[in-house]
Design a protein around this ligand. Structure first.
Ligand code: ZN
Ligand code: ZN
Length: 443
């Protein structure tokens, strides 16, 4: 009985240590912030900027953090091609304690909005190729930014509830998986305090707004873009005997790749190879000299990724050899884009999950399965030397999500021109959850 009483008081003590800002206070604060955050969301939604072009968006994020008393640095980041990036960092120091990094992404997508909502984006802009495209916050990064400002507001307001350093990070160019790398390449953790924890969240349309999804382990895949150019010998279409047909080689290569996935990697460690582009030729009766294929490769671990990449190289070379091409005509294989998988640290994620349950209730914190989509937030962990939790923020209308689940169908989700998130409860839940998590780590 005595032991039980002791255990109980210890448990109460532990609980009181976790809830540094009472949940009721957090909830009423977030609700009070909502009119302003809704305005922010609507403004950001109607002024989306493409990846690497987030000049106004980042200036807005920086000005908001500045007005809250954060020490703000902007224009952080250097891309691999030497161009500067629009990264933002706001630092709030509050005595001794851990350093927590909270990340939002800022960029929009080349998508023409078709939701029909009154506040739909009408913005058009030039993409990297100089083509005019519709622009939409179709991945909900406007939800992340709005919640981010709400979280920064709460942490600045409740400095008596935590100790340590908060790093609020606005990241550009997530959609082209270049922004986190560009900020790291610009000395992120030498110019600013190195975090002990990296936190982030992403909205999803098929998770009900008001809930969050939290699981540990790999949550999103690595993503690698591979370009393969087959060098053949061109000829008249009527004289295949005088050619080395790169279209035939490319077609054989696409077929061989299916065996790489099904026969060369373990079914327990899944992988994907998709050939998304295949360009060759100019006219029906000309065998071209070249064929170019664009691939995306996904996996959850390095060993599997290596097998997939080796398999692609071996398959391309094997086709060229089988077709009698000399050593100097082997396919050219390049690797222009690469991002690591998004892996949630087990110990940190368990802490985050417990805080989320204490804050939202157990029925509002859902387990999640990994997806083969990808993210570049993992670069902020400096090769997973810093533990990270990246959780999912429900953004679907709860009634529509329930109906869709009953019917076994999916709602329009991120990247769709029809994605119209239930942004108010999503932002509010994001503010409450992330603030509670950050404060619980900053002790
Ligand atoms: Zn996206
Ligand atoms: Zn996104």
């Amino acid at each position: 009985m005595k032991t039980f009483a002791f255990a109980l008081s210890a448990a109460l003590l532990a609980t009181s240590c976790v809830a540094q800002i009472p949940t009721a206070t957090l909830q009423s604060d977030a609700a009070a912030q909502m009119p302003a955050l809704e305005k922010t969301y609507l403004m950001l939604h109607q002024a989306p900027e493409l990846s690497r072009q987030e000049e106004k968006t980042s200036a807005f994020v920086a000005s908001q953090l500045r007005s809250l008393g954060y020490q703000v640095t902007d224009h952080i980041g250097k891309y691999e091609d030497g161009k500067p990036a629009f990264g933002v960092v706001g630092v709030l120091k509050n005595g001794n304690g851990p350093t927590v990094l909270i990340r939002t992404d800022m960029d929009a997508l080349p998508v023409t909005e078709e939701t029909g909502v009154a506040y739909a984006s009408k913005v058009r802009a030039k993409n990297a190729q100089g083509e005019e495209v519709g622009v939409m916050q179709a991945c909900g990064h406007d939800i992340h930014m709005s919640a981010f400002i709400g979280i920064a507001t709460e942490l600045a307001k409740h400095k008596d509830a935590w100790h340590g350093t908060v790093l609020m990070l606005g990241q550009p160019a997530e959609e082209v998986i270049q922004g986190a790398k560009a900020m790291m390449a610009d000395g992120l953790y030498t110019r600013f305090p190195r975090p002990d924890y990296v936190l982030g969240m992403h909205d999803f349309g098929n998770i009900a707004a008001g809930t969050v999804g939290i699981s540990s382990g790999p949550m999103m895949a690595s993503s690698d873009s591979i370009t393969v150019v087959f060098h053949g010998v061109g000829a008249h279409g009527s004289q295949p005997q005088n050619s080395k047909d790169p279209i035939f080689m490319g077609a054989e290569f696409v077929t061989l790749l299916q065996g790489v996935v099904s026969r060369q990697i373990s079914p327990q460690s899944p992988g994907v190879i998709t050939v998304g582009t295949f360009h060759a030729g100019t006219k029906n009766n000309i065998i071209p000299a070249e064929a170019t294929l664009g691939l995306t490769v996904r996996s959850y671990d390095e060993a599997t990724l290596k097998k997939l990449l080796d398999g692609i190289t071996n398959a391309a070379n094997a086709v060229a050899v089988a077709y009698g091409l000399p050593a100097d005509k082997m396919p050219t294989i390049t690797h222009p884009e690469s991002t690591a998988p998004t892996v949630n640290d087990a110990a940190l994620t368990e802490r985050v999950r417990k805080v989320a349950i204490a804050t939202l209730g157990a029925d509002k914190v859902l387990p999640q399965q990994a997806v083969m989509g990808s993210e570049d937030v993992g670069f902020l962990t400096d090769g997973y030397k810093i533990p990270m939790t990246f959780f999912r923020l429900g953004a679907g209308d709860p009634a529509k999500v329930a109906e869709a689940q009953k019917k076994g169908v999916a709602l329009p989700d991120i990247h769709s021109p029809l994605y119209a998130p239930d942004y108010k409860p999503a932002i509010e839940t994001g503010v409450v959850t992330m603030t509670a998590v950050a404060v619980s780590l900053l002790q």
